[in-house]
Design a protein around this ligand. Sequence first.
Ligand code: SAH
Length: 387
Amino acid sequence: MNKLTVNQQAEEKLRKGLFLLEKKDFPHLSLTNQCVEVRNAAGKFLGTAYLSAQNKGIGWLISHERITADAAFFRGLFAQAKDRRSAYRQAAHTSAYRLFNQDGDGFGGFTVDLYNDFALFSWYNEFVYAIKEEILTAFRDVFPEVAGAYEKIRFKGLAYESAHVYGAEAPDTFIVLENGVRYQVFLNDGLMTGIFLDQHDVRASLVDGLAAGKSLLNLFSYTAAFSAAAAMGGARQTVSVDLAKRSRELSEAHFRANGLALDQHQFVVMEAFDYFRYAKRHHLQYDVIVLDPPSFARNKKQTFSVAKDYHRLIREALEILSPQGLLIVSTNAANLSKSKFKEEIEKGFAGLGHRYLAEYGLPADFVYNKKDRSSNYLKVFTIKVDK
Ligand code: SAH
């Protein structure tokens, strides 16, 4: 095994419990796609890591011990991950959740999600992809009840991004349960699946009646999962807005799966800021507005970045919110801290009275590294507005 010498800065991060190796700490690195022994400048052994570039970082520490990343090692990690999620396994009302979450479960660079009897592996770099047979062997030993598996390729360089990997094949679309609500998913059509599992808890609050009797506007709605949850929780009316044409039929599928009539539920294919203009022109108002934009987006007219532009979304939303209305504001931008996100929110309110009712991060199945703030990337607030 090659040796990797880390500078003082990187050593400090590893000591503090961070697992991600950042490019800026290794300016002259020539090794990649292999396991390495990590040492400090004095030659002291610090742990085992692997190197492989991905969207964030250039590798991961795997252990403070000397380990071999073989099937036996992964069997241990999967067994522990399975134990941690016994509450989800026993919950009859939820059949889709995360089984293994990167560094939170002891190995950064891949995740595994469960959708009924099927597993979905997401590979974030070339190294995990190269050792996937070991990982799959271990997984099948620990989860024999999983009937079949699919994979998503979340790094550049392969000719495909989605494939079947073993066992039974899932139907093109099928229904999963979350808190008793039915959602339509698909495991082999692009990188998405029809639902973002990390929003379990926010959808649960809607199913539990947060929007009962109210009208709800869901912006950046994708398949309108928030709207379906709200409708099941008694929302009187929902409007879901997304730029992507395909969002409409996928959204309707969630509603149909739950036997909800569509007359009070609308799906609009439109740019979010255009919708604000449209709503103002037509004097529309909503009791609850959900904002869940992508971290960064560029369309023909403009770019939007959560870090710089979120306040504009809040400001616009406030103009079409009912008196005493509720905002649900969400971001999954890992590079935006909770406090910076709050600053953006406050800038949007510009002194208007409001009260934070609740706050959500990643749900319990998305086990994250408690010592690395950026690994709990999801930040959601529900805010009651006084106007
Ligand atoms: N809230 C969704 C997930 C949103 S993903 C959920 O809980 O499932 C982000 C979505 O924003 C994508 O579906 C994308 O098509 C949409 N989008 C991106 N830019 C947009 C814009 N300017 N206006 C409206 N929708 C946009």
